[in-house]
Each structure stands twice: as structure tokens, then as C-alpha cells.
Design a protein around this ligand. Structure first.
Ligand code: ZN
Length: 131
């Protein structure tokens, strides 16, 4: 059994594929067919850089049911080099260690096991770049 949504999202989950508008330069992640800024259909596939910084974050104490084992955990809005923004979990750090503009790097980690198919899903998470 494959999860159709998961299969469809593999390019962006694993390779950080995004779309860049060739007319106005706006980067879309997840990818879109039409630019949200100028409505152009002239979009090219790009791979996002993995380095970025934290814009803001929150600590989730009461998560959705399938993430309950991980609580509490940190969710941050990360701005990657080049300006693309995404929301992801920050792992391997304490909330006290985070700061606005803290440098982070995206890594690939297990997200969840999909029952009943038992698909183990992987995706990007952020880790602090220390020192
Ligand atoms: Zn555009």
C-alpha cells in the first residue's frame, strides 16, 4: 500500500524542490502551477538551499493525535537562503537555545509512521548550526 499524498509529495519532501517564477522571481514552496504574485505560468523547478535562519517559533505541548509521542516539540518558521520560507519542526535542541535569526540547516528525519499501512514517512526538519 502506498499513500498517494505521500508519494506525490516525495520530490518536495526529499529534494526540497520548489518553483521559481521566471517573471518576478518569487519562490513557491510547495510548488505551484501559477505564480501567486504575478500570475505567470512561467515557473522553473529549483532546489532550495538547506541553510537558513529561524524567523519565529513556538513550542507545541498539545499536538495532534499522531504526533502525541513527540510532545513537547518546537515548530519554527525558517527562512532559507534566497528567501523561501517554510514551517518545520526543530529537533535536537532546547527552546532556550533558539533565538531570532539563529542559523539552522534542514535535515531529513522520520516524520511519522502511517497506520494502518505502516509507511514510515520521512521529511525535512531543522537543526541548529552550532559554533
Ligand atoms: Zn511571478
Amino acid at each position: 500500500m502506498k499513500s498517494p499524498q505521500y508519494t506525490r509529495e516525495i520530490p518536495q519532501r526529499y529534494r526540497l524542490e520548489a518553483q521559481k517564477c521566471t517573471r518576478c522571481g518569487k519562490i513557491h514552496f510547495p510548488p505551484r502551477l501559477i505564480c501567486s504574485a504575478c500570475h505567470s505560468r512561467e515557473l522553473e523547478a529549483i532546489t532550495l538551499p538547506r541553510q537558513g535562519k529561524v524567523l519565529t517559533w513556538t513550542v507545541i505541548h498539545v499536538p495532534p493525535a499522531n504526533f502525541s509521542l513527540e510532545a513537547p516539540y518546537i515548530i519554527a518558521i525558517v527562512e532559507l537562503e534566497g528567501g523561501a520560507r517554510l514551517t518545520c519542526q526543530v529537533v535536537d535542541c532546547d527552546p532556550d537555545e533558539l533565538a531570532v535569526d539563529a542559523p539552522v540547516e534542514l535535515v531529513f528525519r522520520r516524520i511519522k509512521e502511517d497506520s494502518p499501512a505502516d509507511i514510515i514517512q520521512y521529511g525535512y526538519k531543522a537543526v541548529l548550526r552550532r559554533g
